[in-house]
Design a protein around this ligand. Sequence first.
Ligand code: SAM
Ligand code: SF4
Length: 575
Amino acid sequence: MGTKGEQDFEAVVEFNTGSIKPPLWIARAGSACDKVGNMGKSFDIGLERLTGMGVGEDGQPQEGGVKPPLQDASGDLKIGPYLNAIETKSAQPGMAVPPGSTFYLETFGCQMNDHDSEKVAGVLLARGYRQVNGPEAAKVILYNTCSIREKAAQKVFSRLGELRPADEQHGKSFNTEDTEEEHRVHRDGRALEKNHPSQRKIVNAAGGKIIGVLGCVAQQEGEEIFERAPWVSLVCGSASYRKLPQLIAELEAGNRRVTGLDTDTDETFETEITRRDNPWRAYLTIIEGCDKACSYCVVPFTRGPERSRASASILEEIRQLAEAGYSEVQLLGQTVNSYADPSARKMRFSELLAAVAEVRGIRRVRFTTSHPRDFGKDIVEAIEAHPTICDHVHLPVQSGSTAVLRAMARTYSREEYLEKIALLKAARRPISITTDMIVGFPGETEKDFEETLSLLDEVQYDSVFAFKYSPRPNTPSLKMPDAIAEEEKGRRLAILMDRQREIQRVMNERLVGETFEVLVDGKSRRENQWSGHTSSNRVMNFTSPEQELLGDYVQVKVVSAMPNSLVGEMVGRTR
Ligand code: SAM
Ligand code: SF4
């Protein structure tokens, strides 16, 4: 995976990571996990999924996806129909910033970060800013960061280093050229396009610019960031994004430094304008933060406590999205199925799913990530009752060993997890199941690891995102004895991936001859080659002589299969 050329179908899969793949789509960078999955890289779950999966040049999983903004042929940023529909609002007179004010926003990490960035962009657009695709041209430079694993967090400081003003260089004038190669490899394990912004010089970039760090690293490091990079003027964690418009206004008014670091909030981050990047799939955060306390995880520290958005507000936005032309929505949350409607309606998550599925114009409803503890029969029943709810559930298990699960504080045993899997397998239509695994957790014995491998055999996942355990600040597991050596973690990861790849190869081969509905979201440079996703989120690369298919729902018959994707030919359209 990861570094192949575009000559074969696997490579097409690699490039069709996310969701959108118009001809001028800029490839997203590598991510934090290694994924063995036919669900494609557009898989939208917890941290780092969806961001472009990959293995680096060194064969190691890459940390923290980086998403350069999408742009079209003119160099303007690409936007979805929803923004087009509401963009007029941002163009209204009376906005606070001087004409020509611009911002650059780069996102690291997970799907929730991606979507937060869409909302942050909306906040800035509403103030009259224009988004540009490189830091040089920007008045405001923002990095939305990820700290789920160590490497992801390090990347942000490397990026901030690129912006170090000349007078902070101890006499050395800053020039990215000397580190350019390294960054190219770090970003996604393959060379970036020649004209990518990262390849241009950023000399004395901080001069006169507002530089901000958002997201998990901001929350984790707080004002320390000002110490390490004094040219930064905004530090704001995701739990304080409600304050962003005010913080930005303070900077515009001349304040030198501002912070938003509270986590004791019961508010969610909703904005009037969201700059949606994907023209077909719209993301909606329905629950923010996390109240679980997995012993390895920084999320409860960095994203604050769980808080859910009122069901009426969610449904209203989905109606607007459908009217604006979106046919697929994805409900997001670190533990999306722990949703607790704060309004008097008190909708359960499964009831919300059903209500979303009934919104006129919505043809696909996805949700991620589900926590096994809160996953019940009612969710399976909602899927069965509503064909618009996609036949795919991502249910992270983390380990197949009850002893390790206990040490991780996951709140379920292997057997209890398997009971949830049994609910899914008993459903009236086949439901794809995918998961996350961590290998090399402190104290994980060879026997524990064998149990993880046997869980793969037992469940037969459609895709697995596997991570080497990464010790994180403030987490209980940091102090646990019996750390596993990096080399051993790598060995276990490789074994797990090999085992899973073989499972997927066999499972996908069974699909040859079947026909699936595909939402077309990619066009290859090669003639007549398209790609898209099935309801089960499998990547389908297919041939069709049609001239324009992007955004259409078509019927594709599978002609061959690979571990990570299906290959087919279009046999018709879906009305
Ligand atoms: N909330 C979801 C859940 O509980 O399953 C997952 C969200 S989490 C932010 C995304 C994934 O990152 C986790 O499922 C886990 O596999 C992985 N992860 C989290 N912390 C990690 C760590 N310290 N080291 C390695 N992987 C980690
Ligand atoms: Fe992290 Fe656990 Fe919360 Fe998932 S449920 S975000 S792994 S603490």
